[in-house]
Design a protein around this ligand. Structure first.
Ligand code: PLP
Length: 374
């Protein structure tokens, strides 16, 4: 069997060895409850708060502004529900057509209860039009929720500009920064967001841990005394400690290497294969993401053949791949999916040049083989 080549790091990442190692004692010796008042619990609470401080520093926030959640999806839903409860008389929300399922599905539910949702459109490169956004604002708008980076095409959205406009109208601004974390700098003060979601498993921490930045007022989704009454539930101590370590290990210099490798991969493929189309805003993408389509080659078929060689990419977001629906992100970009259906290649810190060379070779052979058969 060939060595595995994992190129689906936007779906999830491998837990870093250092992250794993700092977690282990909190399963074994240090299993106290951080809410306990004796030292066995207090020690753990101190470590949870150290992780909180690391995460806060990374986001340029104060530790008190960070709560831990079970995942990025919980952070997103908590942010939305708090915002609408803080403004019960307002019934209009603005979001985009390219958000993650945790936002989209929450919006669909809110529509059933009488909320009006504006889903901002994107152009063929996945870009938003800020004029459309400004025109959508009404006196009834209580929340604007826009992602910082897209999981499928990698586009980076102008959160700072959107926040500014939101605040000129006294509207709460939430940002889903799950795919931005670790890939581009996030400064909550500079962005001036009210709420911002992140998740551990996109940055080499385990699955099942997230955090939410809360600037000021907040109504919890899960009631209880933990997290200063903002999120009930005994803290997931080992995962929180691991999340802190993973954030400490974020290295933006390494991200430049990843970007060079991604660009090299795209160039080599384009040099050797005809009719390649790359989706998204090519010059304004996360450094690791490439949404690549090969004319007349179905992404599903390409993905399956790659899998048979132990190479893993996806054809959209992992969250959608169980449902055989065309990607809502690519549909929003008016993509010609009959002729150009893309695979999503997302690199991570463990990918090497040798792996990318191997991947390029395989793509050239497989695409040519599929095209010859037609
Ligand atoms: N938001 C975006 C943009 C994502 O890509 C994801 C995960 O794929 C999430 C939110 C959800 O994060 P989690 O898997 O931690 O719930």
């Amino acid at each position: 069997m060939n060595q595995k080549i994992y190129l689906d790091n936007n779906a999830t990442t491998k837990v870093d060895e250092e992250v794993f190692n700092v977690m282990v004692p909190y399963f074994k010796e240090e299993y106290g409850n951080p809410s306990s008042t004796y030292s066995f619990g207090k020690r753990v609470k101190d470590e949870v708060n150290k992780a909180r401080t690391i995460i806060a520093r990374h986001l340029n926030a104060e530790p008190d502004n960070i709560i831990f959640t079970s995942c990025g999806s919980e952070s997103n839903v908590s942010a939305i529900m708090s915002s609408i409860r803080l403004n019960p008389s307002k019934k209009h929300i603005i979001t985009t057509k390219v958000e993650h399922a945790s936002i989209m599905e929450t919006m669909k539910e809110l529509e059933k209860t009488g909320y009006r949702i504006t889903y901002l459109s994107v152009d063929k490169y996945g870009r938003l039009d800020l004029n459309e956004f400004k025109e959508a604002i009404t006196n009834d708008t209580c929340l604007i929720s826009v992602m910082m980076a897209n999981n499928e095409i990698g586009n980076i959205y102008p959160i700072k500009e959107i926040s500014k406009i939101a605040h000129e109208h006294s509207i709460i601004m939430h940002c889903d920064a799950v795919q931005a974390l670790g890939k581009i700098k996030i400064d909550v003060k500079d962005l001036d967001v009210d709420l911002l979601s992140i998740s551990g498993h996109k940055v080499n921490a385990p699955k099942g841990i997230g955090a939410l930045y809360i600037k000021s007022e907040f109504i919890p989704l899960i009631y209880g005394h933990q997290e200063k009454n903002r999120r009930g539930g005994t803290e997931n101590v080992p995962y929180i400690i691991g999340f802190g370590k993973a954030i400490e290990l974020i290295d933006f210099e390494k991200e430049k290497d990843i970007e060079n490798l991604r660009n090299y991969m795209e160039q080599e493929i384009k040099k050797n294969v005809q009719d390649v189309y790359i989706y998204g805003d090519i010059n304004n993408r996360t450094p690791n993401t490439s949404s690549m389509a090969f004319k007349d080659v179905k992404a599903d078929e390409l993905m399956l053949v790659l899998e048979s060689f132990n190479v893993f990419v996806s054809t959209g977001s992992a969250c959608n791949s169980e449902i055989a629906l065309p990607s809502h992100v690519l549909t929003a970009c008016s993509a010609d999916l009959d002729n150009y259906s893309p695979i999503r290649v997302s690199l991570g810190k463990y990918n090497t040049k040798e792996e990318i060379d191997e991947f390029v070779k395989k793509i050239i052979n497989i695409v040519n083989m599929i095209r010859r058969r037609k």
